[in-house]
Ligand binder design. Sequence first.
Ligand code: ADP
Ligand code: MG
Ligand code: MG
Length: 208
Amino acid sequence: RAVMDVDRARNWWEGFAREVEERSEELTELDRISGDGDFGTNLRSAVRKARARLEAGQPRTVGEVFTAVSLGFLDTGGTSGPLFGMFFREFAKACEGLPVVGSDVLARGALEGVRTVQRLGGAQVGDKTAVDAMAPAAEALQRAVDAGAEVTAAMGAAYRAAADGARSTTAMRARRGRASYVGEVARGVVDPGALAVAWFYERGATAA
Ligand code: ADP
Ligand code: MG
Ligand code: MG
């Protein structure tokens, strides 16, 4: 489809939330090796808080969906809660006041989102964090928009770039976050935050 409306945004979001709930053990296991073993729990808690806000607030626009999601994350602890909360907040800002959004608006949200995460967390591409998926996804999304892609195709490009970016973290030694404390131990393990970002874009590409 050419645009994203509130129903599609909710389906996107709910698809991601379900994947997080089903695979939170996997995320926790990765974080057990490279961090403190709470990422799956943190993320699951965030998506449940987001869902509660969506059910209570009954959003009428895509922007309101992202605002509810953002607040759910900002309510959650860990490093990921506030960083992902601020990431989704940029999507909400980009979509603000629009009844439906096109791929250009999503690209702006994605670019501002990763910019904000980098400003707050200081991570660069190559530091083995969620930024390794967020940055290439945002760039791929913008390139797709420049080439005239509508939402589904643009999100597909974002997903492929996010998945490649997440995969690339496996070979990295972390320079940010807790994984940086364990040095070589985390090499060979995919960054769970980057993996979750890939799931987020995958659901954006498949949600109808
Ligand atoms: P904590 O380390 O506080 O327990 P979480 O387990 O909730 O945090 O989240 C860990 C994830 O957060 C990592 O997998 C990584 O993707 C992400 N992360 C950590 N530090 C940063 C940072 N500076 N910038 C972007 N993402 C980060
Ligand atoms: Mg952790
Ligand atoms: Mg922790």
